[in-house]
Design a protein around this ligand. Structure first.
Ligand code: HEM
Length: 361
């Protein structure tokens, strides 16, 4: 499709698909022509906002979510990773459920300051938020919408109660920092705070789970990469970048055209829905040499897996840190890692997430 129909209209889904790197990059960069305010979540959190509201909110949350604050989490992430691996008994584990799922859930819930006993709810809520309908029927769509609304209601009540507690008694956690954050005397409203907390669950958990699992997939699919990583652990950061390019946890991002415009050779009308395929852009041979080769030393590696422009992933430093620590902890423990099944892998039922449900090793 990238070669034959780099920009095409799909009548069954009523949207444009954009596949080539240059076009995907342009849509992400031009947030005035391509709006993020879309769907049922329009205006509810950063991801679904445009400037000026987006700029104001992002500046505020940036104050609490700095790369320095994230780097300070490294020792704790390391010890969570070690503890999870200590719990594995015997020769086999499922990397998804035993390691790659609990790690980011624990990190985010601790970062937010949510009590330990609530983690199982966190996992269930974040799963529902990213789940897609089972098929394209109206019933399936309604079912998933109701499920999502239920989870959103539960989450709203949950975070409301935590916010009330932290407002009375601040702690050393992100929610307390967000309650304090202020720009020109302006603070976050309760609605924005709750929207942001929910966004962290939706945007940060399954994506990071898939980054870790996809990394382990590469190591098992290409044992020579594993050997090279064992010999030169300093290549882990570039390994993580190449995993992000090669198997992106998020393959597609949505936008709405705000005016009539051209993308490639096609004319898009104001109000049209556009899906940009990051997964296709990351494999575009006009941008990447030998894109279908996993190249541990690829430099530069301008993949678009964290997006680009004003919505560039706020959690990228955290995801990269978790990915590096998780992979390093696994490599330190196991000289050899093998996939332990000959059954086909089951993909996560989502049209924009790339990952598998289980990965026994
Ligand atoms: C935005 C991917 C991890 C928080 C985004 C976007 C992408 C993305 C593609 C841009 C979406 C758009 O332009 O519409 C990923 C991937 C991750 C990851 C691949 C893991 C490998 C995280 C984590 C957090 C997080 C760990 C936080 C704990 C956010 C937030 C935004 C965002 C808050 C919205 C930023 C904005 O709209 O200004 N992410 N993400 N992400 N991500 Fe991530």
């Amino acid at each position: 499709l990238r070669k034959e129909a780099p920009v095409r209209y799909d009548r069954t889904r009523n949207c444009w698909d954009v596949f080539a790197y240059g076009d995907v990059h342009r849509v992400l960069k031009d947030s005035r022509t391509f709006s993020s305010v879309r769907g049922a979540a329009a205006g509810q959190n950063l991801l679904f906002m445009d400037p000026p509201k987006h700029t104001q909110l992002r500046d505020l949350v940036n104050k609490a979510f700095t790369p320095k604050a994230i780097q300070e989490l490294a020792p704790r992430i390391q010890s969570i990773a070690e503890q999870l691996l200590d719990q594995v008994t015997g020769e086999e584990m499922d990397i998804v459920s035993d390691f790659a799922t609990p790690l980011p859930v624990i990190v985010i819930s601790e970062l937010l300051g949510a009590p330990k006993e609530d983690r199982a709810h966190f996992k269930r809520w974040s799963d529902i938020l990213v789940e897609s309908a089972e098929d394209v029927s109206d019933e399936a769509f309604q079912k998933i919408t109701e499920k999502r609304m239920g989870a959103m209601q539960e989450l709203t009540l949950y975070f409301k109660s935590i916010l009330e507690l932290r407002a009375k008694q601040p702690q050393d956690d992100l929610i307390s920092a967000l309650l304090k954050a202020e720009i020109n005397g302006e603070k976050l409203t309760e609605r924005d705070l709750i929207g942001f907390c929910i966004l962290l669950l939706a945007a940060g958990n399954e994506t990071t789970t898939n980054l870790i699992t996809n990394g382990v997939r590469i190591v098992t699919e290409q044992p020579s990469i594993h050997s090279e990583l064992n010999l030169s652990p300093e290549t882990i950061p570039s390994f993580i970048e190449e995993v992000l390019r090669y198997y992106p946890p998020i393959v597609a991002i949505g936008r709405i055209a705000t005016e009539n415009t051209e993308i490639g050779s096609q004319t898009v009308q104001a109000g049209d829905q556009i899906i940009i395929w990051v997964g296709a852009a990351n494999w575009d041979e006009s941008k990447f040499t030998d894109p279908d080769k996993f190249d541990l030393h690829r430099k530069p590696n301008p993949h678009l897996s964290f997006g680009f422009g004003i919505h560039f992933c706020l959690g990228a430093p955290l995801a990269r840190l978790e990915g590096k620590i998780a992979l390093q902890a696994l490599l330190d423990r196991y000289n050899e890692i093998k996939l332990q099944t000959d059954q086909p892998l089951i993909p996560i039922p989502s049209s924009f997430v790339f990952g598998v449900k289980n990965y026994p090793i």
